[in-house]
Design a protein around this ligand. Structure first.
Ligand SMILES: N[C@@H](CCC(=O)N[C@@H](CS)C(=O)NCC(=O)O)C(=O)O
Length: 215
């Protein structure tokens, strides 16, 4: 199986961490991903044929070409057979999937927004817009409060064990430093993130230091 991805992308990372947890070999193909209009490989016709959204990750498994990181996670987890990271029980699947959908719809929007404001400025884009940063930060705190609430009395997000839910949500926070995500103001979330980051699957998939804007 081939995964078109970028090592600094939160959406790619959740798939790569899951593959490491499952002991799955994926052929990683790095895509130079840039915002629309910046001439990235993600805008080339051959990539758009795989994902018309011009986004990573994309999994290619024989005849199947699949985009959306959480759909890829479900495909890999189900293909692996019985794994505690996912479930054959429909209630558990719903509980785990709920967090993955929440990550995509809520948390990642705030985290990606802060990253694009702050990192975009470093990369030569327009300076961060204070009003937009304020809105994304307020949204980030709102969603991190939800995480704190779930994690105050539980070590993991779903089913009282480490699952796809923890991988998907933790990956959304992978650019904590660069995006200046205020995770430290959310103690239960910070402690849980440290637990995820101690896992071999997280450590072994850590991206190399970010190249400087001039290189
Ligand atoms: N919901 C998508 C989000 C994918 C996404 O936003 N990927 C970013 C990289 S982290 C991307 O390729 N951005 C390029 C663009 O938006 O033009 C998923 O979970 O796969």
């Amino acid at each position: 199986m081939k995964l078109y991805q970028n090592p600094y992308s939160q959406h790619s990372r959740r798939v790569v961490v899951l593959a490491a947890e499952l002991g799955l070999e994926l052929e990683l193909i790095n895509v130079d991903v840039r915002p629309k209009g910046w001439g990235g490989e993600n805008e080339r016709p051959e990539f758009l044929a795989k994902n018309p959204n011009a986004k990573v990750p994309v999994l290619v498994d024989g005849e199947l070409t699949l985009w959306e990181s959480n759909a890829i996670m479900w495909y890999l987890a189900e293909g692996h057979g019985d794994t505690p990271l996912w479930s054959s029980d429909r209630r558990e699947r719903a509980e785990i999937g709920k967090w993955q959908l929440w990550q995509a719809a809520q948390l990642s929007v705030a985290a990606d927004g802060l990253l694009s404001e702050r990192f975009g400025a470093i990369m030569g884009g327009p300076p961060a817009d204070a009003e937009r940063v304020g809105r994304y930060e307020a949204a980030f705190h709102r969603w991190a409060d939800v995480l704190d609430g779930a994690l105050e009395s539980h070590d993991w997000l779903a089913c009282d064990r480490f699952t796809c839910a923890d991988i998907a949500v933790a990956a959304a926070l992978m650019q904590q430093q660069l995006a200046q995500l205020p995770v430290e103001q959310h103690p239960a979330t910070q402690a849980w993130l440290a637990r995820v980051q101690q896992r071999d699957s997280w450590r072994s998939t850590e991206p190399p230091p970010m190249p400087s804007p001039s290189s």
